[in-house]
Design a protein around this ligand. Sequence first.
Ligand SMILES: Nc1nc2c(ncn2[C@@H]2O[C@H](COP(=O)(O)OP(=O)(O)OP(=O)(O)O)[C@@H](O)[C@H]2O)c(=O)[nH]1
Ligand SMILES: [Mg+2]
Length: 314
Amino acid sequence: VNIPQLCESIVKGDTTALAKSITLLESQKEEDWALGKELLSQLPVGENQSRRLGFSGPPGVGKSSFIEKLGGHITAGAEKVAVLAIDPSSGRTGGSILGDKTRMEALSRHPLSFVRPSPSRGHLGGVTSSMPGVILLCEAAGYDWILVESVGVGQSEVELVQMVDFFTLIAQPGAGDELQAIKKGILEHVDMIVVNKIDQDNKLATITAQQYLSALKVIGGASVPVKKCSALTGEGMDEIYQFYQSHSYDRGRRNEFLTHWFRSLIQSEFRKRLASHPKWKKEIHQLEETILQQKLLPHQAVDELFQRLGWTNL
Ligand SMILES: Nc1nc2c(ncn2[C@@H]2O[C@H](COP(=O)(O)OP(=O)(O)OP(=O)(O)O)[C@@H](O)[C@H]2O)c(=O)[nH]1
Ligand SMILES: [Mg+2]
C-alpha cells in the first residue's frame, strides 16, 4: 500500500481509494491499523467544514429511508454526502448490509454520494475507535455532509452522540411503548426528534410528538425541536433539510469528539496490549489459575496483577 498515493486519491474524490482506506481502519489486523494510522496522519485535516449528523432510533423506524430522502435533498443542492451505517448485525450471516444498500438504492447510485455500512465491531472492539477516523477520511474526500446511522441498540447509540455535531432520534407514531424502551440517557443527548411515517397515521403522530415534547420538558430539554415527516412520501423532509442546513453547529462538539476519541483509543490500546504482551499475558494466566483454585477472588487478583506490573500507586 502506497500511503501518499492513497491520500492523493482520496483528496481527489476517488471512492475506491476511500473505501479501501476505510477497510484499513476497520480491519482487525495490526498491520492494517498501522497503515491506517499513517494514512490519517498524512491527510489534510480541518480544511473541510462538513456537517456531521447522527441518526438513531428503534429498528425499522425508517432511519435508512429518512437518510436516503435527506441525501436526495443534499445532492440536489449539489453537495456531497457520505452515509456511514453502523451495522450491528454484520459479522453474523445475513446481516442487514444488503437491506441498507437496497433501501438507499437511489442514493448509493448518485455520483455525489458515498454509502458505506460499517461493522459495529471495529478493529479494536468497538465502533468508537474506528468511526472517528472514517469520518476524517470522508471529510478529506470532500464530503460536505456526513450522515451516520446507528440502530438504537446497546452502546453504539451513546457512542454515536460523541462523534457527531447533531444527533437526531427518529421515532414513529405510537411512541408509548417506545418511550419506555428508550433509555432516558439517550433522550438527554438528543438535539432533535423526528416522528416519521406520518403518512400512516398523522393524528397519532401528532400525539406522539406531544408525548416526546412532554418527556423532553421533564428532563429540561424543552428547546429540543420535535418534527414530523414521512420518509416514504417525502412530506416534511424539505423543512427538515433546511433546518439542518441553516442550523449553526457548535464547534465545542468537535473538542468533545477529539477527547472522546482519545479516551476510547487509550482504552482499546490498553485492552489490546494486555491481551498480547507476553509478560502480562503470563501474569494474567497465572492469576486466573489462582482464582480457579479459589485462592484469590477476581478483585484481589486484579490488585495483585497491578502490583506485579508495578502499577500500585496509579
Ligand atoms: N409508511 C411508511 N413506511 C416507511 C416510512 N419510512 C420507512 N418506511 C418503511 O419502514 C421499513 C423500515 O424502513 P428503514 O428505512 O429500513 O428503517 P430503519 O430504521 O433504517 O431500519 P433498520 O436499519 O433495520 O433498523 C421499510 O419497509 C420502509 O419502507 C414512512 O415514512 N412511511
Ligand atoms: Mg437502516
